[in-house]
Design a protein around this ligand. Structure first.
Ligand SMILES: Cc1ncc(COP(=O)(O)O)c(C=O)c1O
Length: 388
């Protein structure tokens, strides 16, 4: 069992996070706390399943069969109290891939697609790449906590929106949307006949006192207008294995989506991704509960230290291992802010502006690392501010 404290050397493993430090931050001694993967080993049962599969030595085309699908059905029922049918599942190498496929197969060029900003950067790309129009409903930040501006949300839907890409839990602002909020969203999407594409890749990573609710679980009617995107990749640190899935009870939408995947040449998950997904969902539960405790402890530590020793504010966060830090007190523009973090503090965070103009004065920190690395990163920021 990973103890979450061991520092593993990830350099020279072709790690995007660790092996692109010089290229991205122009110096080898920057501590990477950016892209959303973790510096923890996957659960032992996952590593063991991969080793066992590798012993066979033949990696031909692989079926994600009923046993794999049932592991997903059971996971979602156990972890998220949502009962789905195995026929509702379509596989995909990644959630971003599914977003592209859903936009292409279920909307038309020039359709308006709504997003709640600031939000995960590829949401912008998937809309623009297929000549759809981005409609933004900015989230409201009050007392360091983000909420939905429902008046604006409805106004935007009223003006003709074809689809809404929901991010739940929301990257980068860390909200786990409540049943009340999701119900309001669902009612409005029903009223204005809007398709919901719900990116729930962070669903398993809520802090222990917050529970994820899938919007499609609210009612059969809502499930029928929703494509839910999920994966074990964030949860168990398997992003490089590229295995994810989409869920919809709507047969017509599912057929259109699957046709799009086929037309783009995708016809099945890779062998190790399939093996890892099934092992994680069968055996990863205790590991995950340990991880959630660790992440909450890390978040509390970052919030306390940063707010005690710097003028920054750490957003109230309910899930994900991404922490959204308001650095407006420094009064720097986004370029100078990035320079402060990368050059003066020597930590590699994501610049908030990547998530939309609302993030101009923010930085996003990845806290999914051993405590020793986290403390090093936080101390670098505090020291750099004191030395200014
Ligand atoms: C909200 C969200 N969706 C999707 C992804 C990436 O998913 P994938 O690697 O499966 O394409 C991320 C990764 O950070 C994410 O935060």
């Amino acid at each position: 069992m990973e103890n979450f404290e061991t520092v593993h050397n990830r350099k020279n493993t072709r790690s995007v996070k660790w092996d692109m430090v010089r290229e991205l931050f122009h110096s080898e001694d920057v501590l990477p706390m950016w892209v959303a993967d973790m510096d923890f080993k996957a659960p032992d049962a996952v590593n063991q399943a991969i080793i066992e599969r590798a012993k066979h030595g033949i990696y031909g085309y692989t079926i994600a069969d009923n046993s794999v699908k049932n592991s997903i059905v059971s996971w979602i029922s156990r972890r998220h109290q949502w009962t789905i049918q195995s026929e509702w599942i379509s596989f995909s190498p990644g959630v971003v891939t599914t977003l592209h496929m859903a936009i292409q197969s279920l909307t038309e060029p020039n359709d308006s697609i709504l997003i709640q900003t600031p939000v995960y950067t590829p949401f912008y790309h998937v809309i623009k790449a297929h000549n759809r129009k981005i409609v933004k409903s900015p989230l409201i930040r009050e007392n360091n906590y983000y909420q939905i501006d429902f008046q604006d949300f409805e106004e935007k839907l009223k003006n003709g929106v074809k689809a809404f890409i929901l991010c739940n839990p929301h990257n980068p602002i860390g909200r786990v949307w409540t049943k009340e909020e999701l119900t309001k969203i669902a009612e409005l999407c029903k009223q204005y006949n809007v398709l919901i594409i719900s990116d729930e890749i962070h669903c398993d990573l809520t802090y222990p006192d917050h529970n994820h609710i899938s919007i499609a679980s609210l009612s059969e009617e809502i499930a029928d207008r929703t494509i839910t995107c999920m994966a074990p990749s964030k949860t168990f640190n398997l992003a490089g294995l590229q295995a994810s899935y989409a869920i919809t009870s709507n047969t017509i939408m599912r057929k259109k989506l699957e046709r799009q995947f086929l037309n783009q040449g995708f016809h099945g998950l890779n062998t190790m991704g399939t093996t890892a997904l099934e092992a994680a969902y069968h055996h990863g539960e205790a590991w995950l509960d340990g991880l959630r405790e660790i992440l909450k402890g890390h978040y509390d530590y970052v919030k306390e230290e940063i707010e005690k020793h710097t003028p920054f504010q750490v957003t109230i966060t309910e899930g994900t291992y991404l922490v959204w830090i308001d650095c407006s007190a420094l009064g720097l523009d986004s370029k100078a802010l990035r320079k402060f973090f990368n050059v003066e503090a020597k930590v590699g965070l994501n610049a908030g502006v990547e998530y939309g103009e609302e993030g101009d004065q923010f930085m996003r920190m990845n806290i999914a690392c051993p405590r020793a690395i986290l403390e090093e990163g936080v101390n670098r920021i505090i020291d750099a501010l004191q030395n200014r």
